[in-house]
Design a protein around this ligand. Structure first.
Ligand code: SF4
Ligand code: SF4
Length: 276
């Protein structure tokens, strides 16, 4: 069983083509700009959200908070009152459950993408699910990850995964620690291995003012990707405050002009080696 935050049956932004995206609960980084901090932790069943929900969509059963989606009006009050960066709305699902959903929709899909939170925390579930997908369908299997996993886990996942999308919050170690709370050494080692295996579909960097938005940092990341291989896409994403809690919740949207400048600069560095 795995903890599933949300499933989107058909998306075009989570890997190549039309994909089913599965967002898993739980994360091992603490990015200041996270738009979904309610995916960080598992629920402790404290009951605060049960008291706050005015629609009766939350209740206790056997000491655990349960969610009745038929009564829910999606106001997200439960998420706002949770002091644990969690949500009462995630569910336990088996690999068979998710496989069946993908299988039933296979004619409309190119593949399935596991995302988060940080999906690789529940890697045994991914191994089971992706094996089922590979044995029974032609769907491709992708993982959207922050890259912060043990190398042994990565090697197991590579056997069943067609492509990876990595977040690279910063190349500069200090900037990375400031943004996420963690060192980037492990992430870079994993990213380079995936690149060498020909499976690094995309690298993404969210631009956050004052943290990783210097011309030098973005040039450094662009040149780094340039030298990695000749196939990985690089996506620069401007910071947006929507959903962000804590320290950066009052930061304004990333400056458009600056974004365009950094984007053009990065494109100039990278476009000479992109195949398409
Ligand atoms: S979701 Fe948050 S507020 Fe609700 S019971 Fe779980 S930990 Fe408590
Ligand atoms: S979003 Fe949360 S608080 Fe709002 S109705 Fe649904 S369960 Fe209740």
């Amino acid at each position: 069983m795995a903890y599933i935050n949300k499933i989107i049956l058909n998306t075009f932004i989570d890997g190549p083509g039309s994909r089913m995206a599965v967002f898993m609960q739980g994360c091992n980084l603490r990015c200041l700009y996270c738009h979904n901090p309610e995916t960080w932790n598992l629920c402790t069943n404290c009951g605060e959200c049960v008291k706050a929900c005015k629609k009766g969509a939350l209740y206790f059963k056997d000491g655990r908070v349960k969610y009745n989606k038929d009564l829910c009006v999606k106001c997200d009050v439960c998420i706002k009152v949770c002091h644990n960066n969690s949500t009462p709305k995630y569910t336990d699902m088996s690999a068979q459950d998710i496989f069946k959903t993908a299988y039933d929709n296979r004619d409309f899909l190119d593949g399935i993408t596991l995302s988060g939170g940080e999906c690789t925390l529940q890697y045994e579930f991914i191994l089971e699910l992706f094996k089922l997908i590979k044995e029974n369908t032609k769907l491709t299997t992708f993982i959207d990850t922050n890259g912060y996993m043990e190398f042994d886990v990565l090697k197991k996942l590579i056997d069943v995964t067609d492509g990876f999308m990595f977040d690279l919050k910063a190349l500069n170690r200090e900037n990375h620690i400031k943004l996420t709370g963690y060192d980037n050494e492990k992430i870079i080692k994993n990213l380079e291995y995936v690149s060498k295996m020909g499976l690094l579909y995309e690298v993404r960097t969210v631009l956050v003012e004052g943290y990783n938005d210097s011309v030098e940092e973005i040039e450094k990341i662009s040149k780094y990707i340039f030298n990695l291989n000749d196939y990985t896409k690089f996506k620069l994403i401007p910071f947006r405050p929507l959903g962000v809690k804590g320290k950066l919740s009052n930061m304004k949207q990333f400056d458009e002009e600056k974004f365009e400048y950094l984007y053009d600069n990065s494109k100039r560095i990278l476009q000479s080696r992109l195949k398409e």
